[in-house]
Design a protein around this ligand. Structure first.
Ligand code: ADP
Ligand code: MG
Length: 712
């Protein structure tokens, strides 16, 4: 057998192991360091900054595939270093491994330039101080192609990379097919310009005389941001600073700018420098996005510029070949501190806005009610028209969409609710942080203390630090915490969260206004109809129950309104409900049951019991139950056949495929699909972020099947 040919697969002798040629090894490694044109630009610009440049200009052709040219006015490169400049692992920045602990330059691996010569053609022109002329030399595969040629040069270094990936066909193809790398390059330069405010950056396409980034050196960060991202961004930014107060000598410092509630953008901009290195830190970014979405649910994604400084020995810069991700000592604690600082900043900056919106809301409410009396459509505060009020009362047949309660509902509550998000979140946070400040009834305090005493700290850690994975079935969601996966009963946790929120926001709720007063008596009758313990013939008894309970609620209406913002008018109609969680309205299909529970199961005469049972009733109503319409996915679709009996009893001769489709009640199906999709969205974007901020999981949840570990 020919030794140079590997053995055929699956048969006979194993293939020979051979040493790869060095050039192949180098090319493979180079492809890792220089993944795309923008990574080459980043390395080159970092070299310029390391060289102490005060001006760096970048020119790019064909998204960097044809040409990348980076010129600086830094200290230049010595003539005698030019022969080894582009060999692998040659650097002026590191000599012993220990130096890595204290390194402050951006480069240290001595790999960037070398890598570029393995995957492109590199030409360097450089002059050092005091020289009459500079030198120019080209490199390929780590070595000089010719002796350095003397040439005229201005201060500093110019590195030109041509035909990147000329020898990596697949890479070149994907890059050509994918979007041009130029926007990424512009993005990098913009970020550098915001951080290195004493350096002039410019970035342009080859042949264009207009620079896409052009920053003038300045002494103010905010000017730098304005310069690059524009005045409209700067208008909505706030300065932020945190440092480690507890430490004897300060070891952690963060300063930066973050967007406020007025800022609007679809994507997060996160410019993060750790010890002056441009890096990504996914967990920090995620944590910040959570704070924003929880505190300003209506606001957009944030703009963040953040510079973190730590002792160099606390940052492991060597976990990623391009140094893109770094790992920090005490990362969790640092993230927590930053999160808290942002939370506080967002709360405080919105004080003025909050009082404005409050004023708007009161007038909107009165306006709404006067208009309603005229029997016309109700205008919401923003002028959007709400739905016409249906005249017919509600039916609860889940298969009949026309009479279902939430058709009353869409579109009216949200404006009132949205506008006051800040007020209520602020109240919650205030009382959460400073319980004594809330100064109210002792029973409520006892119940809040009870929640604290019952807190399971292990579960709290899970809730605070978990990653949401997805919904597992109709009741459970899957989350990950460290290396473990857990199933979480969404109904149970949301019920508890709503209960706790009802007590926290006690007396401080925003209101959801119903488009049409809902008569309690009829709501209760509907709920009783579903109650199998009372026989159907006994309508008189049901009426009596409904009557008595309505009277009880009417008698206590004032208190119910003051404490829980559940408004019941003189004639026994429900007109308003509380906002228990911002951005969330309960499933109106459950309103009848809620009305009955309020009347029947809440103890209205003993204060403490009253608060507990009322909060529990609210918790149950607002919990994320599965929608009443069954889940149509999978076999569930069968439930949406219009007439199942007819299918079974024959007429098989008909074109069966067509019939099948026609038999599905499309309208109902669409509604069910929407309800389930909406629920899934709410679980991910409302429930879990709020749980992270607010839920105090009780000990019972560790054993009652609410949290179940599935596997490691
Ligand atoms: P590293 O930055 O990790 O040291 P590089 O391959 O990026 O490795 O660069 C190798 C060396 O070349 C650097 O250590 C530096 O001494 C020199 N060098 C590269 N670019 C420049 C530049 N623009 N100005 C001055 N010196 C440079
Ligand atoms: Mg470098």
């Amino acid at each position: 057998m020919d030794v140079d040919n590997p053995a055929p697969r699956g048969g006979g002798e194993p293939p020979r192991i051979r040493r790869l040629e060095e050039s192949v090894v180098n090319r493979i490694a180079a492809g890792e360091v220089i993944q795309r044109p923008s990574s080459a630009v980043k390395e080159l610009v970092e070299n310029s900054i390391d060289a102490g440049a005060s001006a760096v200009s970048v020119t790019v052709k064909d998204g960097g595939l044809k040409l990348i040219q980076v010129s600086d006015d830094g200290h230049g490169i010595r003539f005698e270093d030019l022969p080894i400049l582009c060999e692998r692992h040659t650097t002026s920045k590191l000599s012993a491994y220990e130096d890595l602990q204290t390194i402050t330059s951006m480069g240290f691996r001595g790999e960037a330039l070398a890598s570029m010569t393995y995957v492109g053609h590199v030409t360097v022109t450089t002059i050092t101080e005091g020289q009459l002329h500079g030198y120019r030399v080209s490199y390929r595969d780590g070595v000089m192609e010719n002796d350095p040629k003397p040439c005229a040069a201005v201060k500093g270094t110019q590195v030109m990379v041509e035909n990147l990936f000329y020898n990596m066909v697949a890479r070149r193809k994907t890059l050509q097919n994918s979007n041009d790398d130029y926007p990424k390059i512009v993005d990098f330069i913009s970020r550098f310009a915001v951080h290195h405010i004493n350096v002039n950056f410019s970035c342009r396409k080859h042949g264009s005389n207009r620079a896409d980034v052009h920053s003038a050196s300045t002494s103010s960060r905010i000017d730098a941001i304005r310069n690059v991202y524009g005045a409209s961004v700067v208008r909505d930014l706030m300065e932020i600073e945190v440092s480690d107060e507890n430490a004897v000598d300060e070891i952690f410092r963060m300063d930066g700018f973050i967007s406020n509630a007025n800022y609007v953008a679809k994507k997060t901009t996160m410019i993060l420098f750790i010890n002056d290195r441009l890096v990504d830190c996914t967990s920090l970014k995620r944590a910040i996005e959570f704070v924003y979405s929880a505190i300003l649910p209506q606001a957009s994604k944030p703009f963040i510029y953040m510079s973190i400084n730590l002792p160099p020995e606390h940052v492991d810069v060597n976990i990623h070949p391009t140094k893109k991700e770094v790992s920090l000592l005490n990362q969790e604690r640092i993230i927590e501190m930053i999160k808290d600082a942002i939370e506080e900043k967002l709360m405080n900056c919105n004080t003025t806005r909050i009082f404005q919106t409050q004023a708007v809301n009161t007038s909107a409410l009165t306006q709404a009610s006067t208009q309603k009396e005229k029997g016309t459509e109700v205008n919401t505060p923003t002028g959007a028209k709400s739905q016409k009020i249906p005249s017919q009362m509600v039916r609860t047949d889940p298969r009949d969409p026309s009479g279902r309660l939430h058709t009353y509902w869409h579109g009216q509550s949200s404006n009132l609710e949205k506008k006051s998000d800040l007020v209520s979140v602020r109240n919650v946070v205030r009382s959460r942080r400073n319980p004594k400040d809330a100064g109210d009834l002792s029973s409520r305090h006892e119940l809040l203390t009870e929640i604290d005493t019952n807190l399971h700290s292990g579960l709290l850690d899970i809730v605070k630090n978990c990653t949401y994975v997805g919904v597992a079935d109709e009741v459970f969601a899957l989350i990950q915490h460290n290396t473990r996966l857990y199933l979480v009963n969404v109904v149970n946790v949301s019920k508890e969260l709503m209960y706790q929120q009802a007590l926290c926001r006690f007396g401080n709720f925003n209101a959801i206004q119903l488009s049409e007063p809902a008569p309690l008596r009829e709501l209760m009758m509907m709920a009783l109809k579903d109650d199998e313990s009372i026989s159907d013939e006994n309508d008189k008894e049901k009426l009596e129950i409904a009557e008595v309970n309505t009277e009880i609620l009417k008698e206590n209406a004032e208190m119910i309104n003051e404490y829980f913002s559940i408004h019941i008018d003189q004639s026994g109609n429900l007109t308003r409900l509380p906002v228990v969680l911002d951005q969330y309205t309960p499933d109106m299909d459950r309103l009848p049951e809620f009305a009955l529970t309020l009347g029947n199961d809440v103890t209205w005469d003993v204060e403490r019991d009253c608060f507990r049972t009322a909060a529990a009733a609210i918790g149950n109503f607002y919990a994320l139950h599965p929608p009443i319409l069954p889940n149509p996915s999978g076999n569930g679709i069968q439930l949406y056949k219009k007439n199942k009996d007819c299918m079974a009893s024959g007429e098989r001769d008909n074109d069966s495929t067509n019939t099948d489709e026609d038999e599905i009640d499309q309208e109902l199906l669409a509604e069910a699909e929407a309800a389930w999709a909406q629920r899934e969205w709410t679980i991910q974007h409302v429930l879990f972020p709020s749980m992270r901020l607010f839920l105090k999981p009780p000990k019972s949840m560790a054993t009652d099947g609410t949290f179940v570990q599935v596997l490691s």
